[in-house]
Design a protein around this ligand. Structure first.
Ligand code: MN
Length: 229
């Protein structure tokens, strides 16, 4: 096609067992673990989880160097189960939602907490807190054919060998089928979409020089280092 400017590159992640995953949209669930909702000052009994997004360029592959982002002095880690969609559509039922799941991974929803807090105070959008280069480190994608459906699996994140977050995906308020169905009522889902499904408690700051490691039980692991920009 005769594009008048260069088209964007296809962002990809490796797939366990071979091949590459083309990253399309990245959806995220906020406050999907009760203990994290409480540590953020929320009340999970009164406020249901909700959605926001990150762009594909936020992806950083395992083994990569994360540039500490600009305009923030309080970047927090949030370890999360990633769901990778092999199909899309709208108004998908909870019963049919798992048919769209290709596989899983582990990721970190990196957050400029200071900018997110300022946005919350002013009822502004969250992009400044959630969107930046390397804001979405991701493991390889593990096909469901290999892992089976993951309804229960330990999630953990450590920094320089010290464990900072530990949880289990069975603690999610909205389970994976509900998340997919809920997203599809609001948005048009597409193959290649990734969903960050929320973080357990224990979020906290990262700093330049940190070696960060995250894992979804023995299914998927992610290792990154933090460098100055
Ligand atoms: Mn998150």
């Amino acid at each position: 096609m005769d594009f008048v400017v260069d088209p964007p590159e296809i962002i990809s992640l490796p797939v366990k067992g071979g091949g590459n995953w083309p990253v399309n949209n990245i959806y995220c669930v906020g406050r999907n673990y009760a203990a994290h909702a409480v540590e953020m000052g929320g009340n999970p009994d009164q406020e249901p989880p909700f959605f926001f997004m990150k762009p594909g360029y936020a992806v950083l592959k395992s083994g990569g160097e994360m540039e500490y982002p600009s305009e923030s002095s309080q970047v927090h880690h949030e370890v999360e189960l990633i769901v990778a969609l092999s199909g899309g559509g709208r108004n998908i039922s909870v019963e049919n939602a798992m048919d769209l799941v290709y596989g899983y991974g582990v990721g970190i929803d990196m957050t400029r907490r200071d900018l997110q807090s300022a946005a919350k105070d002013r009822s502004w959008p969250w992009e400044a807190g959630k969107v930046f280069r390397h804001a979405a480190p991701c493991s390889e994608i593990v096909p469901k054919l290999e892992s089976g459906e993951i309804n229960e699996a330990a999630l953990a994140l450590s920094i320089n060998g010290d464990i900072r977050q530990q949880g289990n995906v069975n603690q999610m308020i909205w389970k994976v089928p509900q998340i997919i169905s809920g997203l599809s009522k609001l948005f048009s889902l597409h193959s290649g979409d990734l969903i960050f499904t929320g973080t357990p408690e224990g979020v906290g700051p990262i700093k330049v020089g940190d070696q960060i490691s995250a894992n979804l039980e023995s299914f998927a692991t992610l290792e990154i280092s933090v460098v100055s920009k």
